[in-house]
Design a protein around this ligand. Structure first.
Ligand code: AMP
Length: 192
């Protein structure tokens, strides 16, 4: 299996790059943000609970997030690998993911973090809110909180995978194709 974490703050381009990586490497894409939005759209109890956190730009509790992620992985038992997008966002999530992959005799091959300056992120998210209709993108207070949460709770995940030499920071500014090329270079390096 080839398991990748596409990492980076909100607005860093994970959602743009993921489908291109899926096409090139034939992996299953799991975005916990997309899964939560689908649960909210279907008005499930999980969606209703998650919404109260998402609307404030806070993280959904680990227990709920890990349960949803696990179910999605189980729906794809024959995947030749996964691209995790927006997960893990905390150390307990990373530990749970490592344990789930270990059960499959696998592990994370690479955490690729897209590096983008804060002010560029705020501009991108505000622009995205006009087309995505995502309320958590259009409110500056919520956006700033999401960036704060990334630094205070999520960045530690990159350090967790750095311990085993798996983390790579990639310049996330430039054209979509340039950034894709940088990502592919890192992925190809772990394939050989
Ligand atoms: P995203 O689409 O990845 O920006 O996620 C949107 C929102 O969903 C986040 O601001 C969080 O509230 C929630 N969320 C997504 N993934 C996770 C996760 N792995 N852990 C906790 N909350 C998450």
């Amino acid at each position: 299996m080839l398991n990748l974490i596409l990492f980076g703050p909100p607005g860093s381009g994970k959602g743009t790059q993921a489908p291109m990586l899926v096409e090139k490497y034939g992996l299953v894409h799991i975005s916990t943000g997309d899964l939560f939005r689908s649960e909210i759209g279907n008005k499930t109890s999980l969606g209703l609970e998650a919404k109260s956190y998402i609307d404030k730009g806070n993280l959904v509790p680990d227990e709920l997030t890990i349960r949803m992620l696990k179910a999605e992985m189980e729906r794809n038992p024959n995947a030749k690998g996964f691209i995790f997008d927006g997960f893990p966002r905390t150390i307990p999530q990373a530990q749970a993911l490592d344990a789930m992959l270990l059960q499959k005799g696998s592990e994370i091959a690479l955490l690729a973090a897209l590096d983008v300056p804060d002010e560029e992120l705020v501009t991108r998210l505000f622009g995205r809110s006009k087309v995505s209709g995502r309320s958590d993108d259009g409110d500056e207070q919520i956006v700033r909180n999401r960036l704060h949460v990334y630094k205070s709770e999520t960045l530690a995940v990159a350090s967790h995978y750095e311990l085993t030499g798996k983390s790579r920071f990639i310049v996330g500014v430039g054209t979509v194709d340039e950034i894709f090329e940088r990502l592919c270079r890192e992925i190809d390096a772990v394939l050989v």
